[in-house]
Design a protein around this ligand. Sequence first.
Ligand code: 5AD
Ligand code: SF4
Length: 437
Amino acid sequence: MSNKYHIITFGCQMNEHDSENIGGMLEDMGYENCDDKDNANIVILNTCSIREHADERFYGKLGQLKKKRLGDPNYVVAVCGCMMQQEHIVKNMKKKFPWVDIIFGTHNIEEFPRLLQTCMEKRSKVKEILSDRDLVPERLPSSRLYKYKSFVNITYGCNNFCTYCIVPYTRGREKSRSIDSVISEVKFLVADGVKEITYLGQNVNSFEDPDGRDFTDLIYETNKIEGLERIRFMTSHPKDLSDRLIKAYADCDKLCNYIHLPVQSGSTEVLKRMNRKYDRDRYLGIVRKIKEMVPDITISTDIIVGFPGETEENFSDTLDMIKEVKYDSAFTFLYSIRKGTPAGEYDDQIPEKIKHERFDRLLNDINKITADKNREYVGRIEKVLVEGISKNNKSKLVGRTEGFKLVSFFGEANLIGEIISVRIINANTFSLEGEML
Ligand code: 5AD
Ligand code: SF4
């Protein structure tokens, strides 16, 4: 019987992809993936620091492992990810969870097999956290979540220091891979059946290859890859979005007509205090240009509600913003104090009650806009990459349009992985329903 691993991932796509890499390394060592933490020999928790809620969920999950770990000396518990890059958290872990076997950070995931071996051979606790990395890891093994689509890291870290955000402290300074190495990874993935890739970075727009080539160059190069059908990317920082990239949407047939463009706030005053380096008008100008170049583009965003000092007037600028842009979807977050960030120290924090009340109003408005936008799709024919069987109805399939909209329709499982034409027949707030042509 082979050894089994189970990974619990919190947070963003970057973490999801790190978990795919950790899984790939374990499979190279002969481990098998397992859905159940109680039947695994090793459990890895990949943590997220972005908001307090993620911290709390992690501690809850970790607590559930204590009994089994203390009763079974061969059970290994490893913890990694963004939370482990914060000193006060690691200190607290040692005090409250001394039974955790391995702790490592975001800058050395490729060292995990060695750390695991040391832990097993010496039967000792292992902790290895680096404060940054010199070189970016190239091509780690990966146990992909999906056979037909894949994430590809192109940059690591972030230099932007938005005043609310912990990421520059947990993921270190921004570093880019070389275009040649990214392209060879994509070619390898395509040969392995991948049709859609999503380039990942905290700010893909500031990607810079060691030869000085930029993100748009990477898109044009990727568009030439035979057999690849779709290119996506996230996340774009509006301050660095170039006109050349907007033009690439028109030139590159594989680049999907979708962009995730976090606005964070519709108020120029708040944006300034967030250190976002664009104002309301500049953001709207970018959106206008994109819509002119790609009339059927779908746009999603991230919005923070209740940033310190946010007045009712500032908040109503955000409500206006979403009506003006007409986002296809928006991820909304209550501002969460992060220790060590500038905004965490601001003394004009917004009371929880006001934050929640604004959050509900925003969500209500966004859901209406999202539903209206989805209704516009009824009657259209969309190309859908079939991803799998619907969780709600086993005789239905689900997939994504080019614009990243989720569509369900009746069909056979042998279509999974195919790109097919679907007529949209019904629209809900968060998904579409269609019929195959
Ligand atoms: N509080 C609330 N939301 C945050 N985000 C980042 N930091 C915080 C925080 N301290 C949100 C931003 C970002 C998304 C990934 O998470 O909107 O774009
Ligand atoms: Fe955080 Fe801003 Fe960097 Fe995004 S760009 S990871 S919000 S600091």
